[in-house]
Design a protein around this ligand. Structure first.
Ligand code: UDP
Length: 251
């Protein structure tokens, strides 16, 4: 797989169809006892990684890293190493892999969201994908990691959808991937809310214009603090380009 580095994160340059195909291979790989791991960083998270190298290392340890958002794709162009296949939105990737699990008869475990949200997501997904097996669900406000891991392993799920928000979900998966017996695990942020219908994706026109972040900011003004990372990311990327690709010393 072609890797393209954007501000320290080694993205895989592939289309949605190719990403789903990778997941199919991992889900059906005989003898796989620990999960392949997917992360889907957006510009906000890449900026966090610029500021916190330990999170960057952890994200780069994944088996598949796809750009969730136009900001990362734009940055790759500014840096002169374009992610030619465009963005691969985490919410779409996770739903496509859930649909694939339904087709293959493999179980899905949904971890994350406020109490009741993962259950609502499970119901909506089962209605949409007949035959889908939801092996289990749990909200994302737990403290007993060992208990949750035992439950996931007992459930027999093949695909673990982790929606604890970034970077908690990435840290959680990285810390526990060797204890988990699923075939594939990924961090998918607010996807559980989209599946449950408790949050809506931006209308297509915002998505097409690369303004999903703006729609989200209007819906959730409390995100303004986090979103201040976006201008930092864009200006930082232009500065890196002007320095011939070098990150400033100390991130
Ligand atoms: N969440 C969770 N446990 C936590 C923090 C967040 O389950 O400790 C859930 C939250 O309820 C939401 C999801 O993580 O469903 C995504 O949160 P957010 O929108 O803040 O994250 P992002 O998608 O921007 O990474």
């Amino acid at each position: 797989m072609e890797k393209i580095e954007v501000r320290g994160i080694n993205f895989d340059s592939l289309s949605m169809a190719e990403a789903v195909e990778c997941c199919r291979c991992w889900l059906t790989e005989p003898g796989r006892t620990n999960p392949a791991v997917i992360y889907t960083p957006n510009a906000e998270i890449v900026q966090l990684c610029v500021e916190q190298p330990e999170i960057r290392e952890l994200i780069n340890s994944a088996d598949l890293i796809v750009p969730d958002g136009s900001g990362v794709v734009l940055a790759s162009r500014i840096l002169g190493r374009p992610l030619k296949k465009g963005k691969v939105a985490g919410v779409e990737l996770s739903e496509n892999v859930i649909a694939l699990c339904a087709k293959l008869g493999l179980g899905v475990y949904i971890l994350g969201g406020k109490p009741g949200v993962a259950d609502a997501a499970a119901e909506k997904l089962k209605a949409k994908y007949p035959g889908l097996v939801i092996s289990g669900t749990h909200d994302g406000y737990f403290t007993d990691d060992a208990g949750i891991i035992a439950e996931i392993n007992r459930s027999g799920a093949a695909f673990l959808v982790v929606c604890l928000g970034a970077p908690r979900q990435e840290k959680w998966i990285a810390a526990h991937r060797h204890e988990l017996n699923v075939k594939l695990a990924g961090g998918f942020g607010g996807s559980v809310d989209i599946f449950a219908g408790t949050a809506k994706r931006a209308p297509k026109i915002f998505v097409r214009l690369g303004l999903e972040w703006f729609y989200r900011l209007c819906r959730e003004p409390r995100r303004i603090g986090r979103m201040m990372k976006l201008p930092k990311f864009v200006f930082g990327t232009i500065a890196v380009r002007m320095r011939g690709g070098r990150e400033p010393a100390g991130g």
